[in-house]
Design a protein around this ligand. Structure first.
Ligand code: XIL
Length: 374
């Protein structure tokens, strides 16, 4: 080879190297960075995360996410175990964690029929229930006023068929309990964004009823800022048409839309169960738990495709979406290992049991890497 040729070749190789290095440098390296112009990307934290027990989990949470939701410890059963007793230990630590790490902090949840303290189950009169709600919301939302960015004020008040859920709140107070909860929350923490949160509320009948309920609330002067669509879905029945319609219709009410508890189960659901009614539970069996050791490649790929499909819809409507929160940090911690069948091994999130990114993580990240303008 002539020396001059060699010089050009070297120059060419160096330029390619420099180009790839610059390109790589401009590539996002975390979910929160990739979607920074689109929406917040959050995760649900358990006590072990808040107390920073596991270095790997802790590192992952801080690197990837910019929003946090308490998975259980702000539910009334835990934060308000008895009439005159509150337990703020984990709630305080959770809020501190969010502030320390510059994260958007979500409160979950003020009024919900599940995970209620035992004493509430014994309430028989409307007045006593009102007293509980008032004291609960004033105390909890009041304590964290100015520190919580948004509250899931009411969780799951509507059934799949569009009727009101016959919860203790509805049975004793009628649908007014929803207005009451939002008004109390607005007073206790005027700065927080107030959300109505539910599962299956992307589906037509429930969506229609939710929209009617929200219109009424707004017409009565109640402050409501957003709708949370939980997003507990399955790789076998993901319906992006419903999801897209829901985003458009909720946003048309002038509300923010958030996906608040996203996960995609990969396990069988032969009982035709949809949604996330936490009170449902079924027998475990080898048929129900087909991947106890590892997820086959083919299912890993389907999971990645479904997440990609979903995030394409999210990106298309990023102007209407405030936040996408995953219900858990990594597969080991997902509630779907225990619900609706106890003791299964599920793989619904973007990070595996070693806190490593899965194919699904790459498929979601690639949407931004290959199309920075998407
Ligand atoms: C779940 C938690 O993840 C579990 O740890 C707990 O045992 C039951 O509740 N809808 C909600 C969440 O709003 O609070 C639920 O979280 C999942 C369904």
């Amino acid at each position: 080879m002539k020396p001059s040729n060699f010089k050009y070749q070297l120059l060419f190789i160096c330029s390619i190297g420099l180009f790839s290095a610059t390109f790589a440098q401009n590539q996002p390296t975390s979910l929160k960075e990739a979607f920074k112009n689109d929406f917040l990307v959050g995760t649900a934290l358990g006590a072990e995360h808040i107390l920073e027990k596991d270095a790997k989990a802790n590192q992952l949470i801080k690197k990837e996410f910019n929003a946090i939701t308490p998975e259980n410890h702000m539910k009334s059963m835990n934060i308000h175990p008895e009439w005159n007793k509150y337990d703020f230990y984990l709630g305080d630590k959770f809020v501190e964690y969010g502030q320390k790490n510059n994260m958007y902090v979500v409160g979950h949840t003020l009024v919900w029929h599940s995970q209620l303290p035992r004493f509430v189950g014994k309430i028989k009169s409307a007045d006593s229930l009102k007293l509980f709600m008032t004291d609960h919301i004033n105390t909890v939302a009041g304590r964290y006023a100015g520190k919580i960015n948004s509250w899931d004020v009411v969780n799951e008040a509507i059934e799949d068929d569009g009727t009101f859920r016959k919860s203790i709140f509805y049975n004793l107070l009628g649908e007014d309990f929803i207005k009451m909860a939002f008004d109390l929350a607005a007073k206790a923490d005027p700065k927080a964004e107030l959300y109505y949160n539910d599962y299956n509320n992307e589906q037509p009948a429930k969506r229609k009823a939710t929209i009617e309920m929200i219109k009424k609330l707004k017409a009565s002067g109640t402050k409501i800022d957003g709708v949370g669509i939980q997003g507990h879905w399955s790789i076998n029945s993901l319906n992006t048409k419903n999801i897209e319609d829901a985003i458009i219709e909720y946003a048309a009410l002038g509300l923010k839309v958030a996906f608040t508890e996203l996960d995609l189960t990969v396990l069988p659901n032969p009982w035709d169960l949809k949604g996330a009614d936490v009170n449902q539970n079924f027998e475990n069996s080898p048929k129900m738990n087909p991947y106890p050791k590892e997820l086959p490649d083919s299912v890993q790929t389907t999971l990645a495709q479904k997440y990609e499909e979903l995030f394409k819809v999210f990106l298309k409507h990023q102007d209407k979406i405030d936040r996408i929160t995953f219900w858990g940090v990594a597969d080991n911690h997902s509630w779907l290992n225990g619900w609706p069948v106890r003791g299964r091994t599920n793989y619904p999130l973007l990070f595996d049991r070693n806190f490593e990114p899965k194919k699904a993580y790459n498929s979601v990240m690639n949407l931004k890497k290959n199309n920075p303008n998407l």
